[in-house]
Ligand binder design. Sequence first.
Ligand SMILES: [Zn+2]
Length: 477
Amino acid sequence: MDYEKIGLKSGIEIHQQLDTHKLFCECPSLLRKDDPDIIIKRRLYAAAGETGKVDVAAFYEQSKQKEFVYEAYSNSTCLVELDEEPPHQINEEALRIALQISLLLNAKPLNVTQVMRKTVVDGSNTSGFQRTLLIARNGFIDVKGKRIGIQNICLEEDSARIIKKTDKEVTFRLDRLGIPLVEIATSPDIKNPEEAKLVALKIGEILRSCKVKRGIGTIRQDVNMSITNRPRIEIKGVQDPRLIDKTIETEIERQLKLKKQKKKLEQEVRKANLDGTTSFLRPLPGAARMYPETDIPLVKITWKMLQDIKKSLPRPKHEIRQELEEKMHSELAKALLKEGKLEDYKVLIKIYNKPGLITKMLAIWPKEIASHEKLSMEKVNSRLSMDVLETITENLASGKIDQIDVKKILVDIIKGRSVTEAIKIEKVDMKKIENEIKKFIKKKPGLRINAYMGLIMKKYKGKINAAQVVEIIKKYI
Ligand SMILES: [Zn+2]
């Protein structure tokens, strides 16, 4: 497919849940599986906005005359989610995370921003609108040498989630309503499906360096796209960024087929299916759907606040990985990041600057030992606390123990010995060792240092310092 020839133009929108309490109340951002103890039924009606116009998408939903059932929990949702109480002050932590993300995306935060109400009449918001505030504009990321614009970064509340749907009734659960979401919209700079995927993956990586929720359903991608002389289509809810390229390819095929059949293509919102295909969701909403939220004061983003955030800006994973890979094998760098041990690594490396060894202590050996000893990682981690690892590292730095002994020490500790016992290396008379080495060399002359080392270390496993042994061997060969 020649994407340039068909004039593909695409932008993506990413919604990421933040790992904090809710945006406009203090309820936990917690999805529940147990039965709710509050059930409320409502209908929603489309009303004209301040411009006097009724939104086309809102009118469409009203025409379906549905009843909405809301499920809530008396101990983890409150009157804000039920729209029976005005929203509380904005969640300061969520605001700070949204600003972090904005700065990492090279965007310019606003000085003052207004919380807006975005009309939503599919019932997924009890109030009939979603609260959203613009945080920053005009950012960019570079993907394979090409600059992709980031138009807007907004902070908004997640909607209620659908539990059940019939012709007459939709059941929503309010546990998800109000979870802070960061919405990132790129410019329509994307020119082919592969590029769309790479952009989504890069933004995803930046998001994961901040305090965001992880796992299925915590990140959702929407794709906006058009080809020459055809209306714009929005595809909602691609769950996996690795499916974005396929979703766009399939949508282009669908449009070209319609064109061939001389059928009209409507501006519309389509839903992404799990197999990369899409299906009709609703007409594309008009511009009449936003108006100010008058229950919340203007949000000020001060210079001081931004300075504070800049000081503690997390670095994207690919940058950290690149830096680590200069110091150690890439597999080790990967393991360190995968096990989430970077912070511990930074502490230990200051005590003993051996990147490879420290990484093995943190991210490789504990796993190996757990599987060998048939112990749970939970047990292993509880025994290998940072206190224990720091003690071992300090003893390495002072030369009391040798690199070669570390794994055995970890095994002993994991099996239940105390760290002081485990690192106490039995004193062996070094004169005796020296005589033994002399004997070995006489018996088998001409071997390499490592061969003699192997013989001696095997005999005195874990009891002698390897560095000292090397020195003695060198004296006699
Ligand atoms: Zn609440």
